[in-house]
Ligand binder design. Sequence first.
Ligand SMILES: [Zn+2]
Length: 157
Amino acid sequence: MVKTFQVYLSGKKCTYSCVHCRAHLADHDDLISKSFQGSQGRAYLFNNVVNVRIGQAEERYLLTGLHAVADIHCESCKTTIGWKYEQAFESSQKYKEGKYIIELIHLIKENGWDDYMAWNECKSSKMFSKNVSSFAFLNFKSSSSGDCAQKLAQKIA
Ligand SMILES: [Zn+2]
């Protein structure tokens, strides 16, 4: 399969990639919340994502009420990695409209995460104080085996 239309988030210090094919998926700056729940464990809410294909929107009853959501797939390896909130029907959930959920099991940190200074900078943003060491380990192990990385991701989630 030829990988086309890939967006590279180079120059950014902290990015998230697809754990299966390493296509870039999101920038750390676009991370809104880590406290979401997916079908396979923890999930992150992003303001924007790249290299994804958005499926057909459909109405689903989620824990937080009725939403119109569309599955999102990695453009490169076609794995279903999460969903997009197209519409929220309850006013308290409107902030999620147009935002993206990616399940933690499909994410891996890239680039600047390996660099100590960047690591420190991200840590100081208080978004990653808890799991940063696990992620570093995951990043290291995944270079040898995708399956191994997935198992580790499950453990972390
Ligand atoms: Zn992928």
